[in-house]
Design a protein around this ligand. Structure first.
Ligand SMILES: O=C([O-])CC(=O)C(=O)O
Ligand SMILES: [Mg+2]
Length: 562
């Protein structure tokens, strides 16, 4: 039976029931329920449908004038009636997703302590390190299946926000539910409070985190390990998504846990998967293949290098040797093009370097080869920005791309909007409307010479809800690279531009639940093939996905005997 249709046995009643966001129905409690659960007199007399509640909530929402007020309003509904919150958001997904998620969630993290209303999720501080098991037992949900965890050190492109980073796990999990059908009862946001090095947060009298510099080194690693082991004891099957960790920790944490827990890093692997999916779609639309592309990156951190490795893996699967594929990928960071033998290369950068000879060959005159010099000499057909720094895709860079390619692919992926490497409008103007643009944050359509261009949002939100749904439906206990590759290919299959030769590069948000189901199937199937999901048979996978897909509908309540 469809999980959503089963009656729920409830042992709360009266004001406590109205104060339980996962169970509260507000004015939609029926007369019978008001009798069974001691609610008479606690609500206005009218019994409303969820549709009527949505109309009121949408009107109230539209009465606010700033995005931050809209965010606070929506978060408040989430904290009082989750079913209504999801119904409202799902019915207005394009309008409300930028408010609960990127870009408004960035400002909400910066102002987290200022706009704080009510607790949600777990704040695990370094000072709690001897009672982490106890903290986990205090969580609201006892059947947690998806955890998003951050330490708040690299929130979008906004840097260290301390416990304010909690806004990100909350926002990501809201999308797990709204886009991926994971019941909110199964989700848990966690922020690790290990201090902050952000003086603005430390000096803010209302800041609610611990006021000391970040714990680092062995103490930090031991603390994270304490939490990860406690999670494993408490919820051995849970999927853990690492989010917005600083570069120095993101890759090492992933390497440490990916083979012994069900986890992945969204910034490295989720962003890589959505980018590869979007590139596969772009190539298909142009009648070419990924292996034919030359690709330049601006930003060679863990996210950029993660995308680069995923692209190389895909090029190899299309028949290139690893060496040839690597020769087509150019990584530029703040010091210039990554070259062999450069000092201070990070270990994940070492396999993504170009030969020193390029300095002579390209006659750059300096050891630090700039992005413009890379674009002029290597003539990349694809340019990807993950630098977190606005304005670095200059007019000259874009004009040079457009001079060499009829349809250059330009993806400025840094978030939030304020960090974008160039706006879609500028890129389209500088390329005379020829560039194929996708951004990390949402942008309105751009009109150039009477032609309207829809800007695809190449954000990991197209990937992680489907990955989570697939992992849960198949009962996978690991997230393998193949599963993420399958997610990319499934996303590319859903591209209107690739399928029909016209329209948007990525499907619209209105279709995201269907897209998530397609991705979930591909991910679950690959998990089975990789031997990390043994509990469900392939014949039952689609059914498992559909049956577990949570709908924001009020379920029937029965009074439990105890
Ligand atoms: O949250 C987003 O919009 C995408 C993401 O993971 C990041 O930028 O860190
Ligand atoms: Mg992130």
């Amino acid at each position: 039976m469809d999980d959503n249709k089963r009656p729920l046995f409830i042992h709360y009643a009266g004001p406590v029931l109205l104060e339980s966001p996962l169970l509260n129905k507000g004015s939609a409690f029926t007369d019978e329920e008001r009798s069974s659960f001691n609610l008479h007199g606690l609500l206005p007399r009218a019994v409303e449908t969820i549709e009527e509640q949505v109309i009121r909530a949408a009107e109230q929402y539209r009465s606010f004038t700033t995005d931050m007020d809209r965010h606070v309003y929506l978060r408040n509904i989430q904290d009082t009636n989750e079913t209504l919150f999801y119904r409202l958001v799902e019915d207005h997904i394009s309008e409300m997703m930028p408010i609960i998620y990127t870009p408004t969630v960035g400002a909400a993290c910066e102002q987290f302590s200022n706009i704080y209303r009510r607790s949600r999720g777990l704040f695990i501080s370094y000072e709690d390190r001897d009672r982490v098991d106890e903290v986990l037992y205090n969580a609201v949900g006892h059947n947690v299946k998806v955890i998003v965890i951050t330490d708040g050190e690299r929130i979008l492109g906004l840097g260290d926000q301390g416990i304010g980073g909690m806004g990100i796990p909350i926002g990501k999990l809201a999308l797990y539910t709204a886009c991926g059908g994971i019941s909110p009862a199964y989700t848990l946001p966690i922020v690790l409070d290990v201090g902050t090095d952000n003086p603005q947060r430390l000096n803010d009298p209302v800041y609610m985190g611990t006021r000391h510099a970040r714990i680092t080194g062995d103490e930090y690693n031991e603390f994270v390990d304490t939490v990860m082991q406690a999670i494993k004891r408490r919820w051995p099957q849970a999927l853990v998504q690492f989010e917005d960790f600083a570069q120095r920790n993101a890759m090492p944490l992933l390497q440490r846990y990916k083979d012994n827990m069900c986890c992945f890093n969204d910034d490295i692997q989720g962003t890589a998967a959505v980018t590869v999916g979007s590139l596969l779609a772009a190539c298909k639309a142009q009648g070419s293949e990924l292996k034919e592309q030359t690709i330049a990156f601006l930003g060679a951190g863990s996210a950029g290098c993660g995308i680069a490795e995923a692209i190389i893996a895909e090029m190899v699967s299309q028949g290139l040797t690893d060496k040839k594929a690597r020769s087509q990928v150019f990584m530029v960071d703040r010091w210039g093009l990554l070259l062999k033998g450069m000092p201070n290369l990070l270990n994940f950068q070492e396999n993504l370097v170009q030969p020193q000879q390029l300095i002579e060959q390209w006659q750059t005159g300096s050891d630090n080869i700039s992005l413009l010099e890379v674009v002029q000499n290597a003539k990349p057909s694809v340019l990807i920005g993950v630098s977190g720094t606005p304005g670095l895709f200059t007019q000259q860079v874009i004009e040079s791309m457009a001079a060499h390619h009829d349809k250059p692919v330009v993806f400025p992926l840094s978030n939030p909007t304020s960090r974008v490497e160039a706006t879609p409008e500028d890129i389209l103007r500088w390329s005379n409307g020829r560039a194929l643009v996708a951004t990390g944050s949402p942008f309105s359509p751009v009109t150039i010479d009477d032609t309207e261009f829809v800007i695809a949002q190449c954000n990991n939100s197209y990937i992680f809800p489907g990955v989570g749904l697939g992992v849960l439906a198949a009962g996978a206990d690991r997230v393998t690279d193949n599963m993420l590759m399958a997610a990319s290919r499934a996303l590319a299959e859903c591209s209107p531009l690739a399928q029909k030769g016209e329209g948007a590069l990525l499907p619209s948000l209105e279709e995201i639940q269907e897209v998530s189901k397609q991705i979930a199937f591909a991910v679950g199937k690959t998990a089975m093939a990789d031997g990390v999901a043994m509990r469900v048979k392939l014949d039952h996978l689609r059914e498992a996905i559909d049956n577990s897909f949570w709908q924001p509908e009020y379920r029937q309540y029965k009074r439990s005997a105890f």
